[in-house]
Design a protein around this ligand. Sequence first.
Ligand SMILES: Nc1nc2c(ncn2[C@@H]2O[C@H](COP(=O)(O)OP(=O)(O)OP(=O)(O)O)[C@@H](O)[C@H]2O)c(=O)[nH]1
Ligand SMILES: [Mg+2]
Length: 1112
Amino acid sequence: MGHTSLEKIIALQKKTPHIRNLCILAHVDHGKTTLADCLVASNGIISSRLAGKLRYLDSREDEQIRGITMKSSAISLHYTTGGNEYLINLIDSPGHVDFSSEVSTAVRLCDGAIVVVDAVEGVCPQTQVVLRQAWLENIRPVLVINKIDRLIVELKLTSQEAYTHLQKILEQVNAVTGSLFTSKVLEERAEKDAEAQSSCTENGSGDQVYDWSAGLEETDDSDLYFSPDRGNVVFASAIDGWGFSIHQFAEMYSQKMGIRSSVLLKTLWGDFYLNAKAKKIMKGAQSKGKKPLFVQLVLDNIWSMYDAVVTRRDKEKVEKMVTSLGLKVMSRDLRHSDPKVLLSAICSQWLPVSQAVLSMVCEKLPSPAEISAERVEKLMSVGARRFDSLPEQTQELKKAFLDCSADETAPVIVFVSKMFAVDSKALPQNKQRPLTQEEIAQRREQARQRHAERQAANQSAESPGAGCIATPINRCITEALSVKTAVEEDNKEHFVAFARVYSGVLRKGQKVFVLGPKYDPSLALRLPEGCSAADVLPSVPHMACCTVDSLYLLMGRELEELDEVPTGNVLGIGGMEEFILKSATISTSPSCPPFTPLNFEATPIVRVAVEPKHPSEMPKLVRGMRLLNQADPCAEVLIQETGEHVLVTAGEVHLQRCLDDLRERFAKIEISASKPIIPFRETVIRPPKVDMVNEDMGKQQKVAVIHQVKEEQTKYPEGVQVDSTGLVTLTTPNKMATVGVRAIPLPEEVTRLLEDNVELIRTMEQFSLFAWEDKTLDINQKILENIQEFKVKLESNLQGRKWRGAVERIWAFGPRRCGPNILLNSVEGYRRPSVWQCLEREKETEKAEIRDFDNSIASGFQLATLSGPMCEEPLMGVCFSVETWDMKLSAPLAQQDSIDEDSQTAEPNIDNQNESSDTHETNASSASSNRSRSGAEAAGSSVDCYGPFSGQLIAAMKEACRYAFQAKPQRLMAAMYTCEIMATAEVLGRVYAVLSKREGRVLQEEMKEGTDMFIIKAVLPVAESFGFADEIRKRTSGLASPQLVFSHWEVISSDPFWVPTTEEEYLHFGEKADSSNQALKYMNAVRRRKGLYVEEKIVEHAEKQRTLSKNK
Ligand SMILES: Nc1nc2c(ncn2[C@@H]2O[C@H](COP(=O)(O)OP(=O)(O)OP(=O)(O)O)[C@@H](O)[C@H]2O)c(=O)[nH]1
Ligand SMILES: [Mg+2]
C-alpha cells in the first residue's frame, strides 16, 4: 500500500462526518478511469508519472486490452484540506451501455457522484442516463469537464471560442438536470393536489380553489445546477494531470491583484471584464467586445502554456514560466523528446487535478450522516408498499438510518449491491507476507523435527516387520490427498460482497440476518421479540442467519483485512456466497426491510446457448454458469425447456466478457457458444390495404386463388370452426365445453402502455391474488394513482365501437400475467371480478359470480401468449376476446375440481411472478401442469377418458387462441436498437452505407455545435446488429463508435406467409417469391433452431438452382 497506512484509514473510517462515498459517472471513454488514476496517484498508491497511463482501477486483463471499464471497483483514499482529514471511498464505474447495471450497483452505495463530461463530445446519451440514475437515487452530483486539452490541441480553438464552447456544455448538462427537476416538481404537485382534494371531500367543503402555478416558481432549484461560481464544476485534463475550479484562480489573483477573492469568485465566470484603467470589474463583456475575465485570467494562461510547451516548444519561455510559477521541473523532463511529458510535469504541479477535484468533493458532497429522510424512505419502501404501511418496528429503523450512528446500541444495517469474484490468491489471508523473525525460527524448528522423524521412520523401515511399512505409505497417501484438495481450494473463486454500512458497526464474527430482496419485514412480527441472529429461530422465507466471515477494505486490485467497519463506509464482505445471490440486506434486526431493488437501465436482450466442447464437462459448465450468474448483476442464465443452457446479456461486449469469464474463471473449460439467439415477437395486424407491389388490394385479379383455397382447407383440423370474421369455436374432447375466441390487434399505443406499465400490472395482479385469498394488500397511494392514470390512458386509446367497455372487461394480461397482450371477457352474461379491483375502494356491492374454471381459461390464454404459432415466440399486442363459453357439466365434477383449483393456483402464481428470471422459461407451463395435476387428483373417480377437465379446457383455450391468431394476418416483430453515432463529415457516407446494409433507419442527423462532428440517430434491428459496432469502427478507421441500446419492438412489414397472388406480384417476385421475404427468413431460422418443422419449397426446375447458389 502507498503512504497512507491501513491504521490511518481505519481511524478515518470512524469519523463519519469526514467520510465521502462517491462514484465517477460518465459516458464511455470520457476519462473516468484516467481521472481516478490521478486521484489514486495523489495518495502515492501509483506513481504520478504513470497516472493516466496505468488505469489502475481497470484491473482485469480484458479491461486493459479493450481500454474500457467493465466492472465498477472501489478504492479508499485519504485527503487533507483546510486542516481536516477526509476519507474518500471512490468507486469507478463503466460507461459502456452494456455495463450500465454496474453503474446502478455503484450509485446505490454512494452519497455523491463526480459526473465527467468530455469537453469535445459534450453531453452524450450515457451522460443523460447517469445523471438520471444519480437523480433517482437522490445522490448529489458535481461536474468535471475533462479533456480541455483537446480543445487546444485537436480543435485548435482560441481561448475565447473555448469559453463559449464550455458555456454551451454547461447549458446542456443543466438542461438535463432541469428536466429531471421539473418532472419531479410536477409529480409532487400532483400528489399534493390529490391529497388536498381528498381532504377537501372529507371535510365536506364544497369550495374549490384552483391554483394554476405549477409549483416551479416556489421551489428553489438553484443549488441543483452546475455553475463554476458555485464551486461545483472543475475544468480538467486528466491525461495531462491538471484541473482547476475557479476558487483556485480567485485565491491566486486576489493576492496578486488585490481584489477580494469573494468578488473574483462571483465574476470569474460570466459576462464580466476587467477595466484596466478604472481598475474595476465591469459587466457586459460580450456587448462591449471585451475579453471575459475567465478568458483573460484563466484560459489564456493555459493556452499560452500549451503554446510554449507543445506547439512551439520554446525552451526559454517555458523556463521563464516555470520559475515565475515557482515550480520545480526535473531536467530529465525538460529534455524529454515528448513535449507531453514536460507538460504534465509542469501542469500537475501547477494545477494538480486531484487537489481541485478532491477539495470540491469534500466541500460540496454530503457525508453519510447527512442522508435525507426522503432517500431513506425511498430505500425502505419496497415496490408498491407505502412507507407508513410497514410494520412499526420497521418504521422505527428510519431513525437509525438518519442517525447513522456507530454506537453499540445502533442496529447494524448493511446493503450488498453486488457480488464480485476474486481469486483466492488475491485474498489478504492467502497473500504471502514477509515472515517475522519469530516465524522464521519456528519454521526452522519444524523442519528440523520433520527431518528427525523421517530418519527415525527410515530406520524402523529397515528393520523387518510388515506392520511398520504401512505407516509411511499411508501417510504418503493422505499427504497427497491433502495436497490435491489444497490445489482445488486454490483455484476456487471467492465471492466478496460489495456493500455499505448504513447504521451500526459490522464486526467480524458477528451473527447477522441476511435478508433477500423478497423478504417481508412483517414476518419478523412472528419471531420472538428482541431475538437476534444468534438465537435458534423458526425458518422465515428469504431470511437466513449467518456469521460474518471476513471484512475487507477495498483498495482497487487489493483487499485489506479489517476487523470491523463502522457506519458510512463502503466495504467488502467475504464468505457470503452461500447466502446472497446478487444483492441483499444484512441487519441485526429482523424487522429491517430489504432495500428497494436497484434501478437497472439495461435490458438483457442478447442470448446465446452455450455448451462444453466435451460433453462430459457439462457439470463444470453448470457450476460455472451458476457462479457467473452470481458474479454479474445483469447477466441471466437459464435452462430452456429444450435443455439448452442459455446465457442472456445486455449486449455484444457484455456477452464477450461473460464468455471469457466462463472460460477462464468460472468453468475453466472450453466452451462453444451458439450464434446469438435473436428474440422475436408474434403479432396480428389489420388486413393490409396494399399488396407487396404497393397496389390496392382487391382491384386485381387473383391468379393463385386455387392455391390458397387448398391451403385454407387443410389449415384447421376437425372440431375447429372458423367463421369468416375470424371467430374460432372449439370444443373440448369430452364435448363438455365450447369456447369461441377472436383475435384482435391492439392499437400500437396500447401495446406500448402495457409494456411501460408492467410493474403496475404486476401490482394489480398481486392485489387480485390477495383478494382471492380474502386478504388485502396495502397499496401506496401514489401507485394507486398511477394505476388510475394507466386505466384512463387505456380507455382513451381503446376508442370505437369494437372496444366499447373493453377496459372494464379485461380478464387477464399475458404472458406471465403481466405481458403486452389482453384477454377480454366478452361472454354475454358473465360477470367476473375486474382486474381493477384495487381501485374500487369500497367492496363492490354486487358480488361477481366467478364461474368454475375461470382460471383454466386464463391459463390457456397465458400459454397461448407465451409461444405463438409462427415460431413459438411470445405474442405481443394481441387481444383475445372470449365471445362464447358454454359448459355442459355435471355439477359435482365442476365443484370438486374448481374448489381444488382455487386453493392451488394462488400459491404458484405468487412464486412465478417473483421468481428470478432463470425459471421464467418454464413458468407458465409448470403452473399449468401443476394445475392439471391438481385437477387429476381432485377429480378422482370421475376422470373421463380425456383426462382432467380443467386440463382439457386449458388446452382447448390455448388451441382456440392459436387458431384465432392464425385467422388474422400474422406478422413478426423484431427487437430494435437505437444508436447514436458520432462521426466526422468524411466518414459520414461510410456510416450510412453500413447502416443501410444492415437495414438500419436513420432518424436524425445533426451537427454538433462547435465541432465538425455529426450526430446520427438511427434504429437498427437487433437481428442485424452483431458485429455492427466493429464494422463501423473498421470502416471509419475508429472515428465513429456506436453504442446500441434496446429501444422497442417493431412490426416487420412483410408477411412471412405471403405467396404471390396477383399477376403483378408474379411478375415481380416470380412464382416462388422466396428471395425477398425477410420475415420468412427470420421465422424459418427460429423454427430451425427450435427444431420445429420448416416448410421449404423443393427445387422443381434446374434453372432455379442458379439463383440458389448465388444466394449462398
Ligand atoms: N486528450 C485527452 N484524452 C484523455 C483525457 N482523459 C482521458 N483521455 C483518454 O480517453 C480515453 C478513455 O479514457 P478512460 O479513462 O479509459 O475512459 P473511461 O471513462 O474510464 O472509459 P470507460 O470506463 O470505458 O467508460 C483514453 O484513451 C484516455 O487516454 C484527457 O484529459 N485528454
Ligand atoms: Mg473506465
